[in-house]
Design a protein around this ligand. Structure first.
Ligand SMILES: [Zn+2]
Length: 249
C-alpha cells in the first residue's frame, strides 16, 4: 500500500541513531504512526518536515507484510510562525492534541477533526488573545463534531423547551438534559446548568475556534459549562482528565 496525503504532525521521536517515528493526523485516515528511517539525516527527503505542528504532505508506504508504515518523503506546507516560542500556548495546543488522540477513533469524521485541529493551531499561532479555557472549548466542539453534543432545546423526558423552564439539569448517567421537574423523577446524579452554560455550548457548536475569543465566560458559567462538557465526555467517550492525561474510566 502506498499513498500521499496532507497531514498535521502531532509528535515525533527518535530511535536508533538516525531513525524517527512520527505520529500525524490526516483528513481521510485520522491518526497514523509511521517510521522515517534515516529521518534525522535525510534533509533531501524530509526537508524541515519532521517537527510537531508542521503541516506537511507525506508519501507513505507500508512494509511488505503490511505491519507498519514508512514515510518515504515529505514536503513542508506550513509551519507555526510564533507558537513554539510561547510555552503557555504550546501547553494549550498539547492539551487539545492529547484529547484528539484519546477520543478520536476514526477514520470516520477525520476530515472534520483535522479541520478543527488546524483551525485551533491557526488561532494559537496568531496574535489574537486566547483564553486559558481554550482546550475545554476545544473538547466541547469536538464532542459536538463527533455527534455527542446534548440536545440543548428540549427536555429529554417531557419535551419542554429548556429555555423556558427553571433550573435545567444535565443527567450524568444519561448524558442528556432535562427540565427541573423531570429531573426529580430520575434517580441518578445531575448537574445544574444555567441558561448561560447552555448558550455557551450552543455558541461553540455553531462557531469555529477563530470566533471563540468573542465568548465572555463568567466564572460560574464557565464552571457549569466545563462540568457539563466533561461529564458528557465521560458518558459518551469513557474518558476522564487525570494527572495530565485522558484516561479510560
Ligand atoms: Zn421535562
Amino acid at each position: 500500500m502506498e499513498f500521499s496525503e496532507n497531514a498535521l504532525v502531532l509528535k515525533v521521536g527518535r530511535f536508533k541513531e538516525a531513525d524517527m517515528w512520527v505520529r500525524f493526523f490526516t483528513p481521510t485516515r485520522g491518526v497514523l504512526t509511521a517510521f522515517a528511517f534515516g529521518g534525522c539525516k535525510s534533509r533531501r527527503r524530509f526537508c524541515g518536515c519532521l517537527d510537531a505542528l508542521n503541516q506537511v504532505r507525506f508519501r507513505v508506504k507500508s512494509n511488505r507484510a503490511g505491519t507498519y508504515l514508512c514515510l518515504m518523503e515529505g514536503s513542508l506546507l506550513k509551519t507555526p510562525a510564533m507558537l513554539r516560542q510561547d510555552t503557555t500556548r504550546m501547553g494549550l495546543m498539547a492539551n487539545c492534541i492529547k484529547f484528539v488522540e484519546a477520543a478520536f477513533r476514526g477514520p470516520d469524521g477525520a476530515n472534520t477533526i483535522h479541520g478543527l485541529l488546524v483551525d485551533a493551531l491557526d488561532v494559537l499561532d496568531g496574535e489574537q488573545e486566547v483564553s486559558n479555557a481554550f482546550p475545554m472549548l476545544f473538547r466541547a466542539k469536538m464532542l459536538c463534531e463527533l455527534g455527542f453534543g446534548p440536545n440543548l432545546q428540549d427536555c429529554c423526558v417531557c419535551g419542554a423547551k429548556l429555555d423556558t423552564v427553571a433550573a435545567p439539569q444535565f443527567l450524568i448517567s444519561e448524558g442528556r438534559l432535562t427540565c427541573g421537574h423531570c429531573r426529580g423523577r430520575s434517580s441518578g446524579n445531575s448537574l445544574s446548568v444555567s441558561a448561560g452554560a447552555l448558550k455557551t455550548l450552543d455558541f461553540i457548536r455553531s462557531r469555529g475556534p477563530e470566533q471563540w475569543r468573542r465568548l465572555a465566560l463568567d466564572p460560574p458559567v464557565r464552571r457549569e459549562f466545563a462540568e457539563m462538557v466533561d461529564s458528557a465526555i465521560t458518558y459518551h467517550l469513557g474518558l476522564n482528565w487525570d494527572r495530565g492525561a485522558f484516561r479510560r474510566v
